[in-house]
Design a protein around this ligand. Structure first.
Ligand code: XLS
Ligand code: CA
Ligand code: CA
Length: 439
């Protein structure tokens, strides 16, 4: 097999004093943090679409990226080269997982049958590379948004033929994800949303989306696919309103349609901010509802209102992401998938290495800070004390369901003075800074 990233060797941990841009400063895969290694905590994954198929194209200009496989013109040769390059990249980067859409890894043919044949060829190759390297598939998914047939959506399309085509596509994607040992399967809404309510039957579209997901659950059972199903919330882009807007709306949907036991969520940082939430908020809400499944680790630009999918570098954000993940007892089957792309101006192959190094280091550092914060219990103890009024007296009665409005009125009438205490936000923020700077 030819080498694609010539001149770039194994990326290793060299520690925080290293000046080598091609080395990890914080990501030390075998370092133990508590009872797990960093590698086990973080479960880093590469996103095939950004790293292998992304071209750097934007709304104002064509692709800019220079890739060792760019000169290949036959679509199947290109697909094979990309798959081989993906494994070389992950090995050099010590990345243990990857994720893909069906259409990232193999080209569409003239017919669905031909497309499936193309997929089978590339899946054989991927299967061999998985066996050779020990790198695993974190999740697979189906691209139900790029082809013009999905102009009005897939499972929520007004056109039943499109619904059927999407079902066939997901059926195949489930089969190949199972074949490759995928630990999860992701449903991101794609074009499941609307542009205007003037032409939309929202009730039918949502019912159909639920029907589609039930069919997927049934088929997974039938073929013995044991991976975790994940829904990935996003509020807008490509449609003006995406049905799976945020964790709260996904939870309501899953509950309404009896799907809560079959799905968790895959939370993307940039989607959280587009929804007007922090990443921390989305992870927290998912965790307390038992649905925190996996993470698309990236960041947006808060000055821009769109999905920039940048590599995560903000230590505050990675710290609180890891804080929630640790409180969740880890990522379990999930992982930290770098659904992130290099900027259009960072077009050289080596930028793929720099970008992943920066993201992996940012999460490694966040993990350490979060672990120390939890170990010392600073924030947890403060919160516990803040709510202490619910552990005794009238508060305890409220929590235990022993009182109603009448008893509470009697209590309030007798209670002479209500005393509140400061929330101490600034003190807590300064403690967090201290940990970030010193952990
Ligand atoms: C797009 C999504 C997508 C999913 C997988 O915004 O992030 O890439 O992660 O379909
Ligand atoms: Ca994503
Ligand atoms: Ca995104």
């Amino acid at each position: 097999m030819s080498e694609y990233f010539k001149g770039i060797g194994q990326v290793k941990y060299e520690g925080k004093d290293s000046k080598n841009p091609l080395a990890f400063k914080y990501y030390n895969p075998d370092e133990k943090i508590g009872d797990k290694t960093m590698k086990e905590h973080l479960r880093i994954s590469m996103a095939f679409w950004h790293t292998l198929t992304g071209s750097g194209q934007d709304m104002f200009g064509v692709g800019t990226v220079v890739r060792p496989w760019s000169s290949l013109s036959d679509p199947m040769d290109l697909a094979k080269a990309r798959m081989e390059a993906a494994f070389e990249f992950m090995q050099k980067m010590q990345i243990p997982f990857f994720c893909f859409h069906d259409r990232d890894i193999a080209p569409e043919g003239e017919t669905l049958a031909e497309t499936n044949k193309n997929l089978d060829v590339i899946v054989e190759l991927a299967d061999q590379l998985i066996k050779d390297t020990g790198i695993k598939l974190l999740w697979g998914t189906a691209n139900l948004f790029s082809n013009p047939r999905f102009v009005h959506g897939a499972a929520t399309s007004c056109n039943a033929d499109v619904f059927a085509y999407a079902a066939a596509q997901v059926k195949k994607a489930l089969e190949i994800t199972k074949k490759l040992g995928g630990e999860n399967y992701v449903f991101w809404g794609g074009r499941e949303g609307y542009e205007t309510l003037l032409n939309t039957d929202m009730g039918l579209e949502l019912d159909n989306l639920a029907r589609f997901l039930h069919m997927a659950v049934d088929y997974a059972k039938e073929i013995g696919f044991e991976g975790q199903f994940l829904i990935e919330p996003k509020p807008k882009e490509p449609t003006k309103h995406q049905y799976d807007s945020d964790v709260a709306s996904v939870l309501a949907f899953l509950q309404k349609y009896g799907l809560k036991d079959s799905f968790k969520v895959n939370i993307e940082a940039n989607h959280a901010t587009l929804a007007g939430h922090t990443f921390h908020h989305e992870l927290y809400l998912a965790r307390i509802n038992g649905v925190l499944g996996s993470v698309d680790a990236n960041q947006g630009d808060l000055l821009l209102g769109w999905d920039t999918d940048q590599f995560p570098t903000d230590i505050y954000v990675t710290t609180f992401a890891m804080y929630e993940i640790l409180k969740n007892g880890g990522l379990h089957k999930g992982g930290l998938n770098f659904d992130a792309k290099v900027r259009r101006g960072s077009f050289e192959p080596i930028d793929l290495f720099y970008s992943h190094i920066s993201g992996m280091d940012a999460f490694a550092r966040g993990l350490k800070v979060a672990y120390k914060l939890l170990e010392d219990g600073v924030i947890e103890e403060f919160i516990q004390k803040r709510y202490a009024s619910y552990t005794e007296g009238i508060g305890k009665d409220i929590v235990e369901g022993k009182v109603g409005f009448k008893e509470l009125e009697a209590y309030a009438l007798n209670n002479k003075e209500i005393k509140n205490v400061s929330g101490r936000q600034e003190m807590l923020e300064s403690i967090v800074n201290q940990y970030i700077l010193e952990a």
